[in-house]
Each structure stands twice: as C-alpha cells, then as structure tokens.
Design a protein around this ligand. Structure first.
Ligand SMILES: Cc1cc2nc3c(=O)[nH]c(=O)nc-3n(C[C@H](O)[C@H](O)[C@H](O)COP(=O)(O)OP(=O)(O)OC[C@H]3O[C@@H](n4cnc5c(N)ncnc54)[C@H](O)[C@@H]3O)c2cc1C
Length: 386
C-alpha cells in the first residue's frame, strides 16, 4: 500500500498525544505531520504550579517542538489559516497540505475582550504570565477581597477555578493574613464540576466551606469596572481587590469558518470514534462538544485526560483502517483529575462520565501522596509528548 499522510492540526496536549500514538502504531511508510504555530510545547496544567511557586518559570517546563523530529514526526511550524474538511486540504502560513486523515486538535481560543474590563482588571490564570502575576499579587496581598471569576462556560479544566481559590486560601493562611482576607469564587456554573455528578460537586463544596471560601454560583458577569474594582452582574455587584480571571473561550476561528461547528459553537463528533461529519476527519480535545449519553445531557469537561484518551482511540482506529481491519476502538468517557488544595496536598477524582443516569465520579480526599503523584504524572506526560 502506498504511504498515507495523517495531518494533526495543533501540537498541544491532544495533538501531540495523537502524533505519538500514530507514530508508534503506523509503519514508517506513512507520514505523521503536526501543524503547530508555536515553537515550544507547554502544558497549561503547570499554571497552577507556577502560581503556587512550585515551578519558578515557564522555561523550566517548556520543550522545543524540534524534538518531534527524533521521534519520526514531521512538524510544520505554521498557522492553519484555512481548512476544507471535504477535501482534507489545508492552507497554512508555511504552505498547503493535503491529508488522507485529518485530526483537528486546535483547542479553545481565549477571548479576554469578550467581557468589557476583563483585560484591564483580571490576572489571567489561563496564561503562564498571568499565573506568575497571580503568584506575585498573592505574595504582596495583605488585606481585602481575593476573587476568582469564571467569565463564561464552557472553559477548559473545570477544576482550575476552585484550585486557584484553594491555593490562595492556603497561601494567605501561611502568611497569617487569612483573617483579614476574603476568598470568593463567582461563576456561571450551577455548582462545581456540574458534569462530574453529584458526589464530586458535594465534596468540593464541603472543601470550600471548610476553608471559608465563598462559592457564588449562577453569576454571569456583564462587565468589570477596573477603576471601582467591581464585578457587575445582572442586578448585583461584587467588589474585589485581587481578581483572578478565566476568560471566555471559543473554538478557533479557522474551525468555525470551515463550517465544522454546530449551534454549541464547538465541533460535534461521534462520541465513540471522534469522527466528524466528514469521513476521515476527526476532532479531539477542547475543540469538541461531546454530550454525555445520559439523561443529564451535560457536556464532557474540556480536559487533557479526555484529549489524551481520544487521541489514542483515533490513532488505533486509523492504524486499523490502514491495515484493512475494522476500526473498533471506542472512547468510553472514563477520566480522572487531581484537585490541588494547597499545603502540598491534592485530592483525586475519577470515574465514568458516560454513566447512567448521570456521571459517577468519586473523590479521594486530599493527601501529600496525591500531590506528589500529580507532579510525577505531569512530568511523565511532558516527557512522553515531545
Ligand atoms: C490552568 C489549567 C489547568 C489545567 N489542568 C488540567 C488538569 O489538571 N487535568 C486535565 O485533564 N486538564 C487540565 N487542563 C485542561 C487541558 O490543558 C486541556 O484540556 C488540554 O490542553 C486540551 O488539549 P487540546 O489538544 O485540545 O488543546 P491545546 O492543548 O490547547 O492545544 C491546541 C494547540 O493548537 C494550537 N493552535 C491553535 N490554533 C492554531 C492554528 N490556527 N494553527 C496552528 N496551531 C494552532 C495551539 O497553539 C495549541 O498548541 C488545564 C487547563 C488549564 C488552563
């Protein structure tokens, strides 16, 4: 059989996992190509550890994508400008490519300007320089209201807002100022981790309450007055002295322009195989909208753990097809996440997001062992990807 070309759009957590798996499974005559506009790989999960001061700088955990070459993966350093899922052709800033199989792993675009006043007022937890600024701001904070604001849903990593509040709480306690510092979360979500089932939400609410962290659910911010340090909601205001923000997210423009999104604003895929409406075109990770196959109708959280498993499913099925076999690998909706709580401890949730009649995710209480396990898992992931 003549060699085929698999093009992976996006060299983030899902895209690189797909590239590794494909390269492992496909004979050398087939090309595995990653198109990525950045020149280095960095895992956003490190932002929390940057914020907590466990990692000094982004550079410590950033890896050049030139390393992909040693693994037999081609890297096109360019931006995807246009793509046509029918012909599997794409125009990039580094030339045009045509794929036999296309894997879209372009993640979610951050849109700070989606909320007036966000850019001027909030320290963006979802950027590494924002995480460093939060670290500094927390160190210098002596008194007042430290607020975590979720701008809009959906957003990647539903744990991160609670984790940042828990880390601030721990830092303020360590400094001895917690008695004069309020910590609060404002979010459009009805409860923490809504799509992970009742047990997980309840456990997290208890942890927040035990630490006197306010949780204001169903709050959609309209605008932020940076001079007055006020969040404006429908008929309600809230003050802040330090604002940690999660900006609105959207599917990247190139994906929307290609007509790949539906009325959710994200790419619908077959929930078992990640194939889009176009044969041979798959989408994985944050760019997708996957509704849980249970009566809740909630969407799967945008998380690395799912992007990674979806990458494996797609790679196994593409490899099977190229061998002339049935594509029988299926994504099962199982996942896990760590929840950093401060003081060098983390909790751990794991379970089945496709369970009936609702996701069943169980939580292991915080411990130092889980925190160390998380650090090890993240570093192993980094080493395996580039
Ligand atoms: C602070 C934080 C903590 C998190 N913690 C966890 C955690 O503990 N556990 C967990 O499971 N998940 C966590 N996540 C979520 C996780 O990082 C994402 O779900 C994961 O990165 C999704 O992978 P992806 O490949 O879909 O997207 P990404 O990793 O975002 O990759 C997308 C890639 O596409 C590239 N790209 C975009 N547009 C173009 C274009 N036009 N041309 C070329 N390249 C392009 C981008 O540069 C990027 O490299 C966290 C996220 C954040 C922000």
């Amino acid at each position: 059989m003549a060699g085929k070309t698999v093009v992976i759009l996006g060299g983030g957590m899902g895209g690189l996992a797909a590239a590794q798996q494909l390269r492992t499974l496909l004979p050398q005559e087939h090309r595995v190509v990653v198109v990525e506009k950045r020149s280095t790989f960095y895992m956003c999960t490190f932002n929390l550890r940057l914020m907590a001061g466990e990692i000094g700088t982004r550079e410590e955990v950033e890896r050049p994508l030139t390393g992909l070459k040693n693994k037999g993966i081609e890297w096109v350093h360019g931006e995807v400008l246009e793509l046509d899922p029918k012909t599997r052709r794409m125009r990039t800033s580094a030339g045009t490519l045509v794929a036999d199989y296309m894997v879209i792993a372009l993640g979610a675009e951050k849109n700070e300007s989606g909320i007036p006043g966000f850019a001027e007022s909030a320290l963006n937890l979802y950027e590494s320089d924002g995480a460093l600024r939060i670290r500094k701001a927390v160190q210098g904070f002596e008194k007042g209201r430290a607020v975590v604001l979720v701008g809009r849903t959906p957003f990647p990593c539903p744990a991160a807002p609670c984790e940042s509040a828990l880390l601030m709480d721990a830092a303020f306690r360590k400094k001895g100022v917690r008695g004069v510092v309020e910590v609060a979360i404002y979010t459009p979500e009805p409860k923490p981790f809504p799509s992970a089932g009742q047990e997980m939400s309840d456990n997290v609410l208890v942890m927040l309450k035990e630490r006197d962290i306010q949780y204001h659910a169903k709050h959609v911010v309209k605008k932020i007055d940076s001079a007055a340090r006020k969040l404006m909601f429908d008929g309600e205001e809230a003050s802040f002295d330090l604002l940690v923000g999660i900006p609105p997210h959207a599917a990247p423009r190139v994906v929307r322009d290609a007509g790949l999104t539906d009325d959710t604003g994200w790419v619908p895929v077959d929930l078992a195989t990640m194939e889009t409406n176009h044969p041979g075109v798959f989408a994985i990770g944050d760019v997708t909208a996957i509704r849980q196959p249970n009566p809740t109708g909630l969407f799967l959280p945008k998380a690395w753990v799912f992007a990674d498993e979806q990458a494996r499913v797609v790679a196994r099925n593409v490899a099977a097809q190229l061998r002339g076999e049935d594509a029988s690998s299926k994504f099962d909706g199982k996942g896990f996440c760590y929840l950093e709580v401060g003081d060098g401890q983390a909790a751990y949730g794991s379970g089945n997001f496709f369970a009936y009649p609702a996701a069943k995710v169980f939580m292991e209480p915080p411990s130092k062992r889980l925190h160390e396990e998380r650090k090890r898992t993240e570093l192993e992931q980094l080493q395996s990807l580039v």
